[in-house]
Design a protein around this ligand. Structure first.
Ligand code: ZN
Length: 463
């Protein structure tokens, strides 16, 4: 029962609406409303926002507006829920630098503002935050101490000693002791209990030993992650697994992991794995776009450039990124072409077997695939690889709330927070239209995107 007070605080905080929400009721009229649960959109709809929440929603004219409600004409626009991202790495990226020194509350907030700028309402840091820092940051945000930004969520991280985060990320997580290191089932169970005692309900573990370049480092064996998953579930946790080869993906899904992260790098799925996916139907966060050529290499890229200082844009094009990536001038490698072929083969098979795709980007390790714009690229990939736009939007709005275990956002419905994006074009017709952002509202408050853009473009560049 020692967890009770903390849990009480958390529930109260999640139910509250931040202090920056507006007290007057507004009625937004005339837009196409994409509800976000797969139901048909409401053409020429209307919704009332009161105290940061949707108080009523339906066809325009069929709804009674409250007396003295301010009317906002959205004729010709499309409105959808803000996006929710369950896989990012926050705090270490500083535009042109990447270091543990960057990891401050101010920088985490900057990353959440960059997410919000692009219409993301919540973002979950996946295993790279020191847990006490993350708890304090979350409490401060819920208490209304920060300006409007995406809501911060986080998962505790666990890995074999010296393993886990990639060669770049580990330079931040190691000095901060952000990742719990475990070698045996007993150590895993003990670590899960420590995390549970902090009332943390999300847990991510890395199976990989990466490239065996870190001395005696070993991969996390099945008996360790089996114990880890079982203990996590005893404490009501959602467990995410980073696994990038067929054997490991089979193992973690069979062991009951809730969220499978990543795609197979160099293999194709087989019948055994399809059967395991069919039996378990895990959530799946493929985080594919980080391996793609930057959109900055292609002609029209104002959508991305609007948040990056010009020197950063030049560095990305030249391949001067912290996580090594080829310059725009490099031809596609054989490895890249193989990966593309595997994605085209594997992705539809995961989906057909029942893997439930959930938006995640892995933003935070490379400027070329960073906070906010990466989401729109990733969603485009879902459609390119076989989802319908409506399915891609569900994967990016409502389904992530199942993993985050929040019920107050992700669809346009009465009682939900008024977290929505106003678009100039319909993403159900062309998924690229999620980029046609007119405005973003968080808890009913219109985000000042112009001020944010100025701040991002003027970010201090250089060591
Ligand atoms: Zn990641």
């Amino acid at each position: 029962m020692q967890n009770m007070p903390a849990r009480g605080i958390l529930v109260a905080a999640l139910l509250s609406i931040p202090a920056f929400s507006q007290p007057n009721s507004l009625i937004y009229e005339g837009a196409r409303l994409i509800i976000g649960d797969g139901s048909a959109p409401i053409e020429n709809g209307a919704f009332v926002v009161l105290n940061g929440r949707i108080a009523a929603i339906g066809p325009k004219g069929a709804m009674q507006a409250p007396a003295r409600a301010t009317r906002v004409d959205l004729a010709g626009k499309t409105v959808m829920s803000t996006l929710n991202n369950i896989h990012v790495h926050m705090g270490y990226e500083g535009y042109v630098s990447w270091s543990v020194q960057n990891h401050t509350a101010e920088n985490v907030l900057d990353h959440l503002e960059r997410e919000a700028f692009y219409g993301i309402g919540t973002a979950m840091a996946m295993g790279e935050q020191p847990t006490d820092f993350a708890i304090e940051f979350q409490q401060n945000q819920l208490a209304g101490k920060f300006p409007p930004a995406a809501r911060f969520f986080f998962a505790a991280g666990m890995a074999p000693p010296g393993g886990g985060p990639d060669a770049l990320l580990i330079q931040g997580t190691s000095p901060l002791h952000a990742v719990y290191e475990v070698s045996t089932p007993d150590e895993a169970v003990t670590a899960v209990r420590k995390i549970a005692a902090k009332n943390i309900k999300e847990l991510k573990f890395w199976v990989d030993n990466r490239d065996n370049s870190r001395g005696s480092m070993k991969k996390m064996p099945p008996e360790v992650y089996t114990a880890l998953i079982a203990e996590g579930h005893k404490h009501g946790m959602i467990v995410h697994a980073h696994a990038t080869n067929l054997g490991d993906q089979k193992g973690v899904v069979k062991a009951g992991v809730d969220v499978l992260v990543h795609t197979l790098m160099a293999e194709k799925v087989d019948d055994e794995f399809i059967a395991i996916l069919k039996a378990r139907k895990p959530y799946w966060t493929p985080v594919m776009g980080l391996g793609d050529r930057s959109e900055l290499c292609d002609g029209d890229n104002g959508f991305i450039e609007q948040v990056l200082p010009s020197s950063v844009i030049a560095d990305i094009k030249a391949g001067k990124t912290w996580l090594p990536s080829p310059p725009c001038s490099a031809p596609a490698s054989a490895q890249f072409l193989q990966r593309e072929e595997n994605l085209r083969y594997n992705f539809p098979k995961y989906i057909a077997a029942g893997a439930r795709i959930v938006l995640g980007t892995d933003a935070g390790v490379s400027a070329k695939y960073s906070f906010g714009f990466a989401e729109h690229h990733e969603i485009g990939m879902y459609v390119r690889l076989g989802l319908t736009p409506a399915e891609a939007l569900i994967a990016s709005t409502s389904r992530p709330t199942e993993v985050l275990r929040i019920k107050d956002t992700g669809v346009l419905a009465k009682g939900k927070r008024a977290d929505f994006i106003v678009l100039n074009a319909n993403p159900l017709e062309n998924i690229r239209n999620t980029r046609e952002i007119d405005s973003v509202y968080l808890a009913g408050v219109r985000l000042d995107r112009e001020a944010l853009e100025t701040k991002f473009k003027q970010a201090k560049v250089g060591p």
